[in-house]
Design a binder for this molecule. Structure first.
Ligand code: ATP
Length: 324
């Protein structure tokens, strides 16, 4: 029988992202609306292994849709990455009557959900990461808030950069993925955007461009770096030495993870949470929810993890054309 799930567990795992609370709220309320019980698992897979499990009612998720972070806390667990850890986690789910599990996190968390699905726990994953680095979806919970937060911060740096006629190197999050840098670089009118997917590490080209633009009367020079590019402070020192233009690095850091989620993050997170529970109610397991070409969709976890994603070449080309 498809509709066998009676109790849904929900956890957040990996890095936190604004909008995770909206997703938790949607999972809880959709499950309750379908006559299911819901249990919140605190601190991700680590909390599951510690049996840090609480009953969730409609009011457990009151007043959280507007809050950043995750009320269920998040963690990373080495123990869960072992076969013994996964066996134990599945047993704990069974002990607590959890036959369906919603995992909100990034691709590492999805791998864990696939391991539980093999052990008979019906799992559904929601893409919760500010990095937008999940290939099966055009949108991930938290990206929109993170880019808006970074964009506002870069606007402020830009003001002071112009006043002091400085070169500002602004580092945003994204160790492997340059989406935040690309989007902010375009939104903030950066002169250069360095992303790991495209940067050739030829700093001389940047230096030549700064010298040329300065001669043409530019008052500032903004470079937006993705975190994975390397040490922005050292880059600032080298650029200052080579160009004679004062150069400073600003690392925006964890500010990008926090704060009240934007409308887009709240709405997509709500819809994805509801969609995930609907999947479990239909008897689905081992699925990742995505948003593609304007529709909510779902994929087999392994299929989703095998997909590859590159930054948008068109947006990248546009950024180059506009940075004059
Ligand atoms: P983010 O993108 O924010 O880093 P993530 O979900 O990718 O999120 P990870 O640290 O990779 O973050 O994974 C979160 C947790 O998921 C890990 O601590 C671990 O418990 C579990 N996990 C990660 N990879 C695997 C794996 N290959 N098999 C089983 N479990 C895994």
């Amino acid at each position: 029988m498809a509709n066998e799930v009676k109790t849904i567990g929900v956890l957040t795992s990996g890095g936190d992202a604004p909008g995770m609370n909206a997703a938790i709220r949607a999972v809880v309320r959709t499950a309750l609306a379908n006559g299911l019980k819901v249990k919140g698992i605190r601190r991700g897979y680590s909390g599951l292994l510690d049996e840090d499990i609480v009953d969730m009612e409609a009011q457990s998720v009151s007043d959280i849709i507007q809050r950043g972070g995750t009320i269920l806390y998040t963690a990373r667990s080495k123990e869960f990455m072992t076969t013994e850890g996964q066996d134990k986690a599945a047993e704990i789910c069974r002990k607590h009557g959890i036959d369906g599990l919603v995992v909100i996190g990034g691709d590492g968390s999805f791998r864990g959900a696939a391991d539980l699905a093999v052990r008979g726990i019906n799992t559904v994953c929601l893409p919760g990461t500010i990095d937008l680095d999940i290939a099966c979806t055009d949108y991930t919970i938290g990206f929109d808030t993170a880019v808006n937060t970074a964009m506002e911060a870069i606007d402020k740096v830009r003001d002071t950069s112009t006043s002091h006629e400085r070169c500002s190197i602004i580092e945003v999050m994204g160790r492997k993925a340059g989406y935040i840098a690309l989007w902010c670089g375009i939104a903030n009118g950066a002169e250069d955007i360095l992303v790991t997917e495209r940067y050739d590490y030829d700093e001389q080209k940047i230096i030549d461009k700064i010298i040329e633009r300065r001669k043409a009367g530019k008052k500032h020079y903004i470079i937006v770096n993705a975190e994975g590019i390397g040490d922005s402070n050292n880059m600032a020192k080298r650029i200052e030495a080579a160009t004679g233009m004062e150069a400073r690095a600003t690392i925006i850091g964890h500010i990008q993870r926090g704060g009240s989620p934007t409308c887009i993050d709240r709405v997509h997170a709500s819809a994805m949470g509801a969609y995930g529970v609907d999947l479990l109610c239909k008897g689905a397991s081992n699925r990742v929810v995505g948003y593609r070409d304007g529709n909510y969709v779902d994929y087999d976890i392994k299929e989703a993890l095998a997909m590859k994603k590159d930054i948008d070449q068109y947006l990248y080309d546009v950024s180059k054309t506009l940075s004059r």
